[in-house]
Ligand binder design. Structure first.
Ligand SMILES: [Zn+2]
Length: 305
């Protein structure tokens, strides 16, 4: 197959002019931890926006059950997700620099700490709490921003948390009454067993039944909010058309509902909500730092709000 000539960076992103100038993100560096349906979608979006440096963390290969929600295709079955995503990123931004780490961040945090000083943002797109706590601690320690996202069971909805330097960390979030760590979508049996979400005594048959995921179209709104927060964070201090969002996306916790079921069964119908919560709209909240948080209590003393 004849390879097309690589177009200039200016030509690639000429349509973004006035919203996100091409130079703003070309030197920005993002660590994406977890390259499942969330991490793959977000990586491609950040590449489309012109982010220049990617550090990708995932030790898994593409399996058949991934295909329906992942950016990978059936042609990628059996390939490492890091390799697949490198190709996808370079397909959108041939000028990007991609570094790959086939490790479990929970057991090999040094794969991130070795390069963390040069990172502008961490995207936590894993499906287990253990890795989220590890990233939360590293982000606290090194004063980095980290964005977490997840889907609820069967993607009836999802939530996004942004941990900014010297503000509430993921541990503060989990200890907050606003946040319900239960009812999380279980996407992978092995990962859920490691995390304790599926108890060790559960039989393989029962565990298999617990793995239930939602539709791709139901996780995309959550991915999209993570991308918006990421672009806003990366372009901070630079003049851009999206900077105005900074005055509105001031919260650190966001929730989205796709369907009026389970935890959202009491919510009002979209067409008759009045001022009450309804599906298909974002809701934001401010999660304060917990004064006694085991992870960030020292840095949280810097908080002025
Ligand atoms: Zn904390």
């Amino acid at each position: 197959m004849k390879r097309p000539q690589i177009p200039s960076r200016e030509d690639l992103y000429s349509r973004s002019k006035g919203i996100l100038e091409v130079d703003i993100l070309k030197d920005k560096s993002v660590a994406v931890v977890g390259l499942g349906s969330f991490g793959s979608t977000i990586s491609v979006e950040l590449a489309k926006a012109g982010v220049g440096v990617f550090h990708l963390y995932d030790f898994d290969t593409v399996e058949l059950h991934n295909i329906a929600r992942h950016t990978a295709t059936v042609h990628d079955l059996g390939r490492l997700k890091t390799d697949v995503m490198e190709e996808a990123i370079l397909g959108k931004n041939p000028y990007a620099e991609v570094h790959k780490y086939e490790v479990n961040i929970s057991t090999h945090p040094e794969a991130l700490t070795d390069i963390i000083q040069a990172i502008d943002l961490i995207i936590c797109a894993t499906d287990n709490n253990r890795s989220r706590f590890v990233l939360s601690e590293l982000a606290c320690q090194y004063g980095k921003t980290c964005i977490y996202g997840r889907a609820f069971t069967r993607a009836e909805g999802g939530d996004v948390f942004i941990q900014r330097p010297a503000q509430a960390c993921y541990c503060c979030l989990v200890g907050n009454q606003w946040f319900d760590p239960a009812d999380e979508e279980i996407t992978d049996e092995a990962s859920a067993r490691r995390d304790g979400t599926i108890p060790a005594y559960t039989s393989p048959e029962d565990a298999d039944a617990m793995v239930q995921v939602g539709l791709s179209s139901d996780i995309l709104p959550v991915c999209n909010m993570m991308v918006k927060l990421a672009l806003l964070s990366l372009s901070r201090g630079r003049e851009s058309g999206i900077a105005a969002l900074d005055e509105e996306l001031v919260y650190n916790y966001y929730m989205w509902a796709n369907r009026r079921e389970r935890r959202f069964s009491n919510w009002r119908p979209f067409n008759n909500a009045g001022h009450l919560p309804t599906i298909l709209r974002w809701y934001g909240a401010h999660i304060p730092a917990a004064p006694d948080c085991a992870v960030c209590s020292e840095t949280s003393q810097l908080i002025t709000d």
